[in-house]
Design a protein around this ligand. Structure first.
Ligand SMILES: [Zn+2]
Length: 149
C-alpha cells in the first residue's frame, strides 16, 4: 500500500483560517479506506469559542457525518502539533494515526509540555508521525504572526 499524505488539504484549511483572521491551523480526518471524512480550520474567533481548534472541529464533523461517537482506524492530519486539549480529544476519539507538521514548543501537548500520550492515564495512544510538510506548516504560522506585528 502506498502512503498518501493529506497534509496538503490540511494546509489549505490552515490558509483559509488565516484569511478569516484565525491562527492558521488546519486538520483533516481520513477514513480507514483513505477517504477524507471531515476537514476544518481554526474558528475560535468566529465562534467565540476557545475550544474551536481545527482538530476538535474536524473530529466533531467526522463523528457527526458518520453518526458515531469515536473514530477508530481513522487518521488525523494537522498542520501543527496538537495542544493538550486536542491531544486528549484525539485520544478520546480513538484516532489510529496522528500526522502533524510543525512543532509547537510553546503550546504543543504531544512532544512538548503535557506530553499527553506519555501519561499512564492515557488509555488510547495514536501512532504519532511528526514533521510532515513541516517547513510549509511552520512558514504559514510564521508569516501569519509576523504579519500581525
Ligand atoms: Zn488544540
Amino acid at each position: 500500500m502506498t502512503f498518501t499524505s493529506h497534509m496538503d488539504r490540511a494546509l489549505a484549511q490552515a490558509r483559509a483560517a488565516a484569511e478569516r483572521g484565525e491562527v492558521p491551523v488546519g486538520a483533516v480526518v481520513v477514513s480507514p479506506s483513505g477517504a477524507v471524512v471531515a476537514e476544518a480550520g481554526n474558528r475560535t474567533r468566529e465562534c467565540n469559542d476557545p475550544t474551536a481548534h481545527a482538530e476538535i472541529l474536524a473530529i466533531r464533523a467526522a463523528c457527526a457525518a458518520l453518526g458515531v461517537e469515536r473514530l477508530p482506524d481513522h487518521d488525523l492530519y494537522v498542520t501543527l502539533e496538537p495542544c493538550p486539549m486536542c491531544a486528549a480529544a484525539i485520544s478520546f476519539a480513538r484516532i489510529r494515526r496522528l500526522y502533524y507538521g510543525a512543532q509547537d514548543p510553546k503550546s504543543g501537548g504531544v512532544a512538548h509540555g503535557a506530553r499527553v500520550y506519555a501519561h499512564p492515564q492515557c488509555h488510547h495512544r495514536p501512532e504519532v508521525y511528526d514533521g510532515l510538510s513541516e517547513d510549509r506548516c511552520a512558514a504559514l504560522l510564521r508569516d501569519f504572526f509576523e504579519g500581525k506585528r
